[in-house]
Design a protein around this ligand. Structure first.
Ligand SMILES: Nc1nc2c(ncn2[C@@H]2O[C@H](COP(=O)(O)OP(=O)(O)OP(=O)(O)O)[C@@H](O)[C@H]2O)c(=O)[nH]1
Length: 525
């Protein structure tokens, strides 16, 4: 590819994640998008692979599930002249640091909310990571075909709980059984709801924002109510501010129903008009790598181990940040300075893994890995060394004390822990007073994967003792006095040696703050 071709290719890329609390409809909406892209032909394809109740403790079953969710963890398709990469952020027991790190590899996010439930805990957690990155966040208020909460109430909740301004792009005309359509402020039309046909009809609005008076709908009280509400939001609501949207300070909100495919295509089309192209990435020495720079560079944001139980393979997921990726190319792994040839690469499609030949900034490639990569690694081609900024560490919420079952096997136990921690599978803390190892994670699955891999890859059986959820707070070493530690605020150090307390609950935290008013504690996030 020459520069012009590279630029043209990069400009078509749109890479985003869909975030939501489980059951809000993420899979359903993703599937609709894949249908528009012609990647799947039938609704239910993605869902069918996801369904099935796997026993949480049974590794083989998790394995199967992971294998499945991985093939759908990056989905690429073409739509409206754009090449779209959707990155899955798993919910439920799959929730882990991987989920957060996936958000490091996207340029924008779609937040799906169940309009009957509003903001739920997982939406909030994922939103906060997007907010931290300052990426644009678009909102889809789903399940309009059911009776949900008042639209204004939902917008207020988004503003208050998440601290982001909202701009409704459309407004529901009724909901549940009374759903008539969407008043589309942005496209200046009404989108009629046809439940049975799963389709949509568009009616234009006149310059006063009204339908042709001959239309039956104008006689419906729902129509009049909608006009009143739209007038209210026109006058009292926020003005659309593209700069704020791009900075992640305002979220455009769309209403719709993923299940009946209502409002989804309008959403996708409009979203794609604003969704940003692949962004530039900063390096640790404050250089900026542009997506259209000639030399290839990318970073590893996720490592998926044991995808195939028959052979121990791992896949390193790489977000391409610049240049062109070609199968078989030589790159340098920045951390070790080692040269490697990228023969075994894979690109992710909706239902199959295909060997990738070329890819550009914004695309995600999977590299078969025999233990070379760590999360956060940079790979690059060309003469100039590149090292992208460090990926943030996420504050864990769940903790386990871990020991080797067989005291004679300390060596493999330590080796396994060291490597898995480096890889980013879990976080490790050491108790000040006893030297005990404590593992930290954001999701339960991380512990299960850890346990299995210790046994399987390092032949080390571990005993894990749950400590429940705790709040991790770091303390300035200068202010530290080991006497501050108690059973309710256990003093530990992280893998870099920095001291922190694990607080049992909010009460313990307040108690500490009262007792040591001059001590400043910080959460890493
Ligand atoms: N009534 C109604 N149901 C919906 C709609 N969208 C999704 N659902 C249903 O809500 C349930 C959850 O939808 P999913 O798409 O699986 O939700 P998800 O967020 O992917 O959930 P996880 O896969 O569990 O993370 C399913 O039973 C869907 O059929 C909608 O617009 N209206």
């Amino acid at each position: 590819m020459n520069k012009t071709e590279l630029t043209a290719a990069v400009n078509t890329r749109r890479t985003f994640a869909i975030i939501s609390h489980p059951d809000a409809g993420k899979t359903t909406i993703t599937e609709q998008m894949l249908l528009f892209g012609g990647v799947v032909r039938q609704a239910g394809t993605v869902k069918a692979r996801k369904s099935g109740n796997f026993a949480k403790s049974d590794w083989m079953e998790i394995e199967k599930k992971r294998g499945i969710s991985v093939t759908s963890s990056v989905m690429q398709f073409d739509y409206d002249g754009k090449r779209i990469n959707i990155l899955d952020t798993p919910g439920h027991e799959d929730f882990s640091e991987d989920t957060y790190r996936t958000l490091m590899a996207v340029d924008s996010a779609v937040m799906v909310i169940d309009s009957a439930k509003g903001i739920e805990p997982q939406t909030k957690k994922l939103f906060q990571i997007c907010k931290m990155r300052g990426i644009p966040i678009f909102t889809f208020m789903n399940k309009l075909d059911r009776d949900g909460r008042e639209p204004l109430d939902l917008l207020n909740e988004v503003e208050e709980v998440l601290g982001i301004e909202t701009y409704p792009m459309n407004w529901p005309m009724g909901m549940g059984k009374g759903l008539k359509g969407l008043y589309d402020r942005y496209n200046h039309r009404v989108e009629l709801y046809h439940n049975e046909a799963h389709g949509e009809t568009f009616l234009p609005l006149d310059e006063n924002g009204e339908l042709d008076p001959s239309n039956e709908l104008t006689k419906d009280s729902i129509y009049r109510d909608t006009l009143d509400e739209v007038e209210l939001i026109n006058e009292a609501g926020n003005d659309f501010d593209e700069a704020k949207v791009m900075a992640g300070d305002m979220t455009p909100v769309f209403f719709g129903s993923a299940l009946t495919n209502f409002g989804v295509e309008t959403f996708l089309k409009t979203y794609l008009q604003y969704a940003p192209k692949p962004a530039a990435h900063k390096t640790r020495d404050d250089q900026v790598v542009q997506p259209t720079d000639d030399e290839f560079a990318g970073f590893v944001f996720k490592i998926q181990a044991n995808m195939n139980p028959n052979h121990r393979d791992r896949i390193a997921f790489v977000r391409i940040c610049s240049g062109e990726f070609d199968r078989g190319m030589d790159v340098v792994l920045q951390r070790t300075g080692k040269k490697m040839r990228l023969n075994n690469s894979t690109q992710f499609m909706a239902d199959t893994r295909e060997t990738v030949e070329t890819a550009v900034a914004g695309d995600i490639v999977g590299l078969y890995d025999t233990g070379n990569f760590q999360i956060g690694d940079t790979i690059y081609a060309g003469k100039n060394a590149v090292q992208f900024e460090k990926l943030p560490q996420f504050t864990p919420e769940l903790f386990m004390r871990v020991t080797a079952k067989n005291v004679m096997k300390q060596k493999s136990f330590h080796k396994g822990i060291e490597q898995l921690v480096q890889e980013g599978a879990v976080q490790l803390y050491t108790s000040y007073s006893t030297g005990d190892y404590i593992l930290g994670a954001v999701g339960q699955l991380q512990f299960e994967v850890f346990k299995f891999r210790m046994q399987n890859e390092y032949n080390s059986e571990v005993v894990m003792e749950p400590m429940g959820s705790k709040t991790a707070r770091w303390i300035d070493p200068e202010q530290l006095d080991e006497k501050m530690s108690s059973s309710r605020n256990l003093l530990v150090k992280d893998r870099y040696g920095a001291p922190l307390f694990l607080f049992e609950n909010a009460f313990a935290e307040r108690w500490f703050a009262d007792k040591y008013p001059d001590v400043k504690l910080t959460s890493k996030l």
